[in-house]
Design a protein around this ligand. Structure first.
Ligand code: HAM
Length: 443
């Protein structure tokens, strides 16, 4: 081919379309890890009596503006919002599950008969700068207990988290906990904080000077090493809690202690969503670099009323499934990939194909996962190349139907994990022969 025609050909090539940055495909090679995680999550929710609830991926933007709070990073900067082209409605791809779940609970009157324990899972969307552990489409698993006011349920949801990390074999996870008290206690603390930083204004860096006017609590998040001593000495919210809030916090802490759940009080833990009060917590690890928070949550008693429902207390948490899987990898606790099937059926086309499809269906009816070889060119392939595919599939057995075997009404059976000879079996007895061989192989 001449240089010119090569160039012509590459110009004519159809451009491929790539996926969106920060939004990932789940490829077959990783699918078993997700299936395993989802399986463990289902068992966990059953063990504690939580029921599944699924909300749509798209909600009215107001759900999140009102739920998460207008002055939060998520609502101000990170939401995928758009106008419905047909009716002009303002819509948003959900950035989290709690506000949407509360919308559904109110709309469907789910608290009518009393409190509810619920769980959900699915994709969430935030327009953040993608990096390891931070994506624009990511997946959460979350639990929400609605209608319970006592510290017992705060402890229950934390115990569920600890059980989950143990079950998944995660290493190096720490629980950090704090209490945000009630709105009036936060207001008193805020006033004391502003007074404190005003008294030390000369020591504030430029960023913190600005925050002093806009959001003084955010000064506590400053990473500037020169500010750390000043921040250490700042008034702590826990010191502003009244008897009731403190009583709730201590009761949660006592239940955790009685159940041997280690945790650290982190007075700076405030969470990035506006709906919280009283208990807030995060599970963090040093093993994942900058995105070390694998899960977080807390109590959000004001939210149901704020969303238009009858006031009811609630609490819950959500975890990032990508981060948890990454930590399982680091902890060496990912399960082994499973074989694709139990039996691989080989044939030579024509009548042997007809017989092979019937045998494969019979095997599936007997509960055996079966892959029937299909030649890529739609014609046929040598037994040698089919056998390579059978081996790669991880199948335990191959059933081979060639014209010679079929003429004698027979099929071949080969144990793929054994060097032994291929056996001849009657076509009508394939299912029994495979089951016998499987039982024999495990004895
Ligand atoms: P959140 O802290 O915003 O809380 O998110 C929960 C978890 O989702 C995080 O700890 C993190 O593991 C994961 N996550 C968040 N953003 C990303 C991202 N861009 N990429 C990957 N993973 C991410 C909530 O969403 C609350 N709804 C939790 C809650 C439930 N509070 C009460 N109930």
């Amino acid at each position: 081919m001449t240089e010119q025609s090569k160039e012509q050909k590459s110009q004519n090539k159809v451009q491929k379309i790539n996926g969106i940055r920060g939004m990932n495909d789940l490829l077959p090679a990783d699918a078993y890890q997700w299936a395993h995680l989802e399986h463990v999550l289902r068992d966990l929710t059953r063990a504690y009596g939580y029921e599944f609830l699924r909300t749509p991926i798209v909600e009215a933007t107001a759900v999140f503006q009102r739920g998460i709070g207008e002055v939060t990073d998520i609502v101000e900067k990170e939401m995928y919002s758009f106008e419905d082209r047909l009716n002009g409605e303002q819509l948003t791809l959900r950035p989290e599950g709690t506000a949407a779940l509360v919308r559904s609970v109110i709309e469907n009157n789910l608290l009518y008969e009393g409190p509810k324990r619920l769980w959900y899972t699915g994709p969430m969307f935030r327009h953040e700068r993608p990096q390891r552990g931070r994506y624009r489409q990511f997946h959460q698993f979350g639990i929400e207990a609605l209608g319970f006011a006592g510290p017992d349920i705060d402890a229950e949801i934390i115990l569920m988290g600890q059980r989950l990390w143990d079950e998944l074999g995660l290493k190096g996870v720490r629980l950090e906990i704090n209490s945000l008290g009630q709105a009036h206690e936060r207001a008193e603390h805020r006033a004391a904080l502003v007074a404190y930083f005003e008294n030390h204004q000369a020591q504030l860096d430029e960023d913190s000077q600005r925050r002093l006017l806009t959001n003084p609590l955010r000064i506590l998040d400053s990473k500037n090493p020169q500010m750390q001593a000043l921040i250490e000495g700042a008034p702590k919210l826990l010191d502003f809690l009244g008897e009731e809030s403190l009583g709730h916090f201590n009761a949660v802490m006592n239940l955790l202690k009685a159940n041997n759940i280690p945790c650290k009080i982190n007075p700076r833990l405030v969470r990035g969503l506006d709906y919280y009060n009283l208990t807030v917590f995060e599970w963090v690890t040093d093993e994942l670099g900058a995105q070390g928070t694998i899960a977080g949550g807390g109590r959000y008693d004001p939210l149901i009323e704020r969303m238009g429902g009858k006031a009811a207390p609630a609490c819950g948490w959500a975890m990032g499934m990508e981060r948890v899987l990454e930590l399982m990898k680091v902890s060496g606790s990912l399960p082994q990939a499973q074989a694709l099937c139990d039996v691989f059926v080989l044939h030579q086309g024509g009548e042997t194909l007809t017989a092979a499809t019937i045998i494969a269906e019979r095997l599936r009816s007997a509960g055996l996962d079966t892959i029937l070889f299909c030649p890529p060119d739609g014609q046929s392939a040598s037994f040698k190349s089919q056998m390579k595919k059978a081996d790669a599939s991880g199948a335990a057995f191959a059933v081979i139907i060639g014209p010679d075997e079929l003429a004698k009404n027979e099929a071949g059976l080969k144990d793929l994990r054994d060097t032994g000879e291929q056996k001849s079996i009657p076509v009508d007895g394939v299912v029994e022969a495979v089951i016998d061989a499987m039982v024999g192989a495990t004895e």
